[in-house]
Design a protein around this ligand. Structure first.
Ligand code: FES
Length: 569
């Protein structure tokens, strides 16, 4: 049977990749989001009691005020802000989508609000030893900074939610539960603000307060806030100046032409991505993730002018490799043409990540954790020697047809037939654990079906049919591959791509080498709860394309699998 693909040592090495700018922005953003989220939830406890607020704040501060916690927070803030300013200066910002523009604009406004807040709490604690717990904050921030606080919460939260939405937008589980996340996105800031206000009013109605800052300390605090704000405004002005220079350079610089097959020819200054050129010229172009190299929906086939494109960056390469894209397919959001090119867009411009709208979500590919199975009929060439073509086709159809039925009966999806083998995917609509259990159940049932088939064909065959099965669980890209001229066109077929598929295929090949019917990766075994059993032997095997041996379960016959791991409910 043909292998589903192979990874060279270089490709394997590339899997341990350097973090990209997008990775850094995401990682630093997630740290800051975790801080903001726990901060708001802590505020919300003001609806319960001030003592509860204080107790949780104390616990949070063990982490956030520790040396590692402080360093991580400061580093994340600096990296995130620096990347935001750098992004602002990039020329393609001028044609970014409105969501990106709002996210970036809000992000750049956050420091203006945040400087005063941070210096008024953590700052005075560090400089003057002021205990900046909630009792202090409730007095100094309410009601004088009520609007500032509401604006700060709004800016931080909207900025974070847009970023998270773009990050998670391609994941099926997120889209399935979108309403829940939308509800939480509204509820958390409202509860946070309400908790703070409620606690502040209660505290001020029942307690007394003496500001711990002396007049001179307060003056130093105000000076520091003013200086910090000016420094930040200067940074913003410098970024705006660079942005303006790009703008002027674009106007004065030479222009290039991008010709769309069956579409217009677009003219634009150098320095824009293909996606930005589409937007400048109001040419519809799919971009579900907003140009973050996460969705691949913007991809184009370059028909002419490949030499006018720079080689793909690590980030673009990673996405293209996952798609198994040929060399002339590029991500429009990541490639900046240096000269004239002719392209063809590969996906409809209006696609949305929403199955509720009746659009095929596999059209542009989704990533899911699945279990992939390969099943191959053994020694078929030998069995067919001297037989009529009709007999060969009959036996093959009997085998593949019965196996496909069994796969579908146990919840799998028959991806494709390849000669005398079949590839199946489990887990397109169920959890990874259920997918692994379904695949085990399928293998067990297939072994039984094979016995029945051998009984019915015993007169027609010189020897019983035998099969080998390999299965592995992990992330795979599910998408429609083929001609995509029309959304939902019938010339494209749903398939799975990626390393999970390759390894499952190789494990099927291993079953022959090991003299067993089934080889299961540890990932699948762990998900299904399979341990050593009579007929299931864990062992280390070398697999082509991997630099280290991996542990697998070699199962003499699939019917040896314990019933418990092959149950689907
Ligand atoms: S727009 Fe998502 S990868 Fe280009």
């Amino acid at each position: 049977m043909a292998d589903a693909g192979s990874a060279s040592p270089r490709q394997a090495a590339l899997r341990v990749r350097r973090p990209t700018v997008v990775d850094l922005r995401l990682a630093s953003g997630l740290v800051l989001f975790a801080f903001a989220l726990t901060h708001l939830l802590n505020h919300a406890l003001g609806l319960v009691s001030i003592d509860t607020m204080l107790a949780v704040q104390e616990a949070r501060m063990i982490v956030t005020r520790s040396l590692p916690g402080t360093v991580i927070l400061i580093l994340s803030a600096v990296v995130h802000l620096a990347l935001g300013l750098a992004r602002f200066t990039q020329s393609h910002i001028r044609r970014m989508g409105w969501q990106n523009a709002i996210q970036l604009g809000f992000g750049l406004m956050i420091p203006i609000m945040l400087i005063r807040h941070v210096l008024g709490t953590h700052g005075v604690n560090a400089m003057f030893g002021v205990d900046d717990d909630y009792r202090y904050a409730l007095w100094v921030m309410w009601p004088g900074q009520a609007i500032n606080l509401a604006l700060l919460i709004g800016l931080v939260w909207i900025h974070a939610c847009i970023g998270l939405h773009h990050w998670l937008g391609g994941r099926a589980w997120y889209r399935r539960t979108l309403r829940l996340w939308q509800g939480l996105a509204l509820l958390i800031p409202v509860l946070g603000y309400a908790g703070f206000v409620s606690a502040a009013r209660l505290e001020q109605a029942t307690g007394t307060f003496r500001n711990p800052l002396s007049l001179s300390q307060y003056a130093r605090y105000v000076d520091l806030v003013t200086t910090s704000n000016w420094i930040y405004l200067c940074l913003l002005a410098a970024a705006a100046a660079v942005w303006g220079l790009f703008l002027v350079a674009d106007r004065l610089g030479s222009r290039i032409t991008v010709t769309y097959v069956d579409g217009p020819a677009a003219h634009a200054p150098r320095g824009l991505s293909i996606l930005a050129i589409s937007r400048v010229n109001r040419i519809p172009h799919a971009a579900v993730c907003g140009g973050r190299a996460r969705c691949s929906t913007c991809r184009v086939r370059v028909m002419k002018g490949q030499d006018n494109l720079p080689p793909p960056s690590d980030l673009e390469q990673r996405v293209l490799r996952r798609l198994g894209a040929p060399a002339n397919v590029r991500l429009a959001c990541q490639v900046y043409p240096k000269g004239n090119i002719t392209i063809s867009t590969l996906l409809p411009a209006k696609i949305m990540p929403d199955t509720d709208m009746g659009i095929d979500r596999y059209l542009w590919g989704v990533e899911r954790d699945v279990t992939v199975m390969f099943c191959d009929l053994r020694e078929f060439t030998h069995l067919t020697e001297g037989r009529l073509p009709y007999d060969i086709v009959f036996v093959l159809n009997q085998f593949l047809g019965r196996m496909a039925e069994t796969i579908e009966d146990t919840g799998g999806f028959v991806d494709k037939f390849m000669g005398d083998s079949v590839m199946a995917i489990f887990g397109m609509e169920v959890s990874p654990r259920v997918a692994a259990l379904q695949a085990m159940a399928a293998a067990r049932a297939m072994d039984g079906v094979l016995d029945g088939l051998n009984q019915s064909l015993r007169e027609a065959l010189p020897a019983p049919l035998a099969m080998g099965i390999g299965m592995h669980s992990g992330p795979a890209i599910l998408g429609r591959i083929g001609t995509m001229r029309q959304a939902g066109g019938d010339t494209s077929a749903l398939t799975a791509l990626g390393e999970t598929v390759n390894l499952a295929s190789r494990l099927e090949g291993k079953s022959k080498e090991l003299g067993v019917q089934l080889v299961v990766s540890t990932e699948t075994a762990d998900l299904a709860g399979l341990g050593p059993c009579a007929g299931c032997v864990p062992q280390m095997v070398d697999v082509r394309g991997l630099s280290h041996p991996i542990k697998v379960y070699a199962v003499r016959r699939a019917t040896d699998l314990p019933v418990s791991v092959a149950a689907t409910s």
